[in-house]
Every structure is written in C-alpha cells, then in structure tokens.
Design a protein around this ligand. Sequence first.
Ligand code: HEC
Ligand code: HEC
Length: 270
Amino acid sequence: MGIEARKSRRSVLLGGGTLLAAAGLAALDPGAGRARMRLPEVGAWPWPKGGLDPVRTAGAAADDDWHGCGVVSFGLIVEGLKRTLPRSAWPALPPQLASFANGGGPYGSDCGALQGPLLVMNLLGAPPELRQELYKWYCEFPFPSRDWDHLYPFKGTVTSVSRSPLCHQSRAIWEGVYLREAYDGKAYDGTRCAKLPRDCVRKAVELVNAWTSSGYRGSWAPDPGSQACYDCHTRLYKDKQPGGIHSGKADCGPCHAAVPEHGGPGPSGS
Ligand code: HEC
Ligand code: HEC
C-alpha cells in the first residue's frame, strides 16, 4: 500500500462518523457526494420542527426482525424520524443498535424500553430532568396500557406497577400477578413486553416534543414515600457523612423496607 492509500484508509478508520456515514448515508444518496458527511455530534441530532406524532410513532408496525424491548422502543422512534427527516443521519442507525438493552441487558437491569428512548434522548441532548421524568413516569405507570391491543392476539393484558426502572422488578412483579391471577394454564400471554415499549415510546415522544417546541426541561422529585430518605441521604453525601448516597433516585421502599441503622422499619422522615 502506498503512502497516499494508507493515508486515506487511515482517515476513514479514524473518523468513526465518516466510517458510519460511508456505510449508511452513501447508500441513501449515492453520487451526491454525501459519503463523507460526518454524523452529528452526540447531543446535537435533529428532531423534526413539528415534532413526531406520539401515537402514530408508538403504534407503527414493528419489523419482523425487531426482537426485544430495546430494539422495538428505539426502532419505533428512529423509524418515525426516518419518515420525517429522510435526509438526516437517522437512517444510518439500525434499530438493532439498541439490542444491548433488551431485557435490561445482561443482568436484567434498566428496562430496555427505557434505554431505547434514552439512547435517542442522548443523541438529541435532552436535559437530565427530562430523562428522569421518563424514568419516574415508568415507575408509576400500570403497564401495559390497552392502547395497542388491536396489534396483538391478547387483549386486556393484566397490568402492574413496578415502582422501579429495573427489568427484573418490572417483569417479575407482573409475572407474579399474571401467573397467580390471570393465567389459564394453557394460553400464555407473552404480549406484555411488546406493548410496554409502545407506551414508553409515546411518553418519550411527548416529552421530547414538549422540550423541542416550548423548551420544557422536564421535572423530577423523589417519590413522596422516599422524599425524606432522599433529602437526608443526599445531604449526608454532601457532608461526607456515613449513610451518604452518591446516586440512586428510585423509590427506596421496595429495597429498604426495614433499615436496621434507624432502629426499625421506616424512619418515616424522623
Ligand atoms: C434525617 C436523616 C435520615 C432520614 C430521613 C433517613 N435516614 Fe437512613 N440513615 C441516616 C443516617 C445518618 C444513616 C447512617 C447511620 C450510620 O451508619 O452511622 C442511615 C442509614 C441508612 C441505611 C444503612 C443501614 C445499614 O444497616 O447500614 C439505609 C439503607 C438507610 N439509611 C435508608 C433509609 C431510608 C430508606 C429512609 C427513608 C425511608 C431513610 N434512610 C431515612 C439518616 C437518615
Ligand atoms: C434496587 C434496590 C435499591 C433501591 C431502590 C435503593 N437501594 Fe439503597 N441499597 C441497595 C442495596 C442492595 C444496597 C447495599 C446494601 C448492603 O450492602 O448492605 C444499598 C445501600 C444503601 C446505603 C448504604 C448502606 C450502608 O452500608 O451504609 C444507603 C444509605 C442506601 N442504600 C440508601 C438508599 C436510599 C435513601 C434509597 C432511595 C433514595 C435507596 N437506597 C434505594 C438497594 C437499593
């Protein structure tokens, strides 16, 4: 390989954006000289001026090869963006990019239907509280809604509230209710985690529309039952006292029902 050839190969390999653009965008617009267009900076990806339609985006057909809550939630938003912004960089992103988050990832941690929209919000540069509002809403929402029943063989799926963004808690609580109260022992309703990503997409699109159209930056406050715990324990962290917590916004109750240090269950703000 001559020096020139090496140089040009190097410039392609070094610019991650250039490489992706060459792979994704050139195919979209061959011959228009866009092959070397760089992907936008993370935090500066475009959102359509008129926003996306939350229900249409969330209710669109899912491709047969989209598997998992991360892929479906990310894919639905990206498809909506491809439709409205066909000449942007969005078409370069395959929905499977979010497959890492399916089922909460390798350890069943944050639900993939939160992480798909979160990945979009990250590319857009959405404010932290907008992201936290999405998470908090998730913790309180009785999933799944009936609004997507027309797309699935099972209607009226039993609902549950997780009080947690974790896949483990979200799914396990639902499974517990479903198997005890609704399952007939024959036809297992596997549609819960197909419908749930659509609920999350609708909410995320509403939040992003509000941010991009009117500058709404989101709102977050601790769960009422955890307000005193959160305030005191984050204060302890500031003061570098034992008991200080550096991170953690989920409702404390489900994991810390009884706190030995406080001398019994639920110090309830004392
Ligand atoms: C007014 C302040 C205050 C409030 C309110 C408070 N805590 Fe604490 N908590 C502390 C302090 C201080 C410690 C650490 C004590 C130590 O280790 O010396 C502690 C310890 C803990 C620990 C560690 C216990 C252990 O056994 O190591 C947990 C978990 C905890 N708190 C959870 C909670 C939860 C959940 C709530 C709300 C239901 C709450 N706290 C409310 C001050 C508070
Ligand atoms: C998903 C479950 C979960 C949630 C939700 C959660 N925690 Fe924890 N927390 C844990 C676990 C598990 C530990 C580690 C416990 C241990 O090692 O003893 C821990 C540790 C702590 C500790 C340190 C305990 C020590 O050894 O001193 C404090 C303080 C604490 N949590 C407070 C909180 C507060 C306040 C909230 C709510 C704002 C909260 N946690 C929410 C699971 C959780």
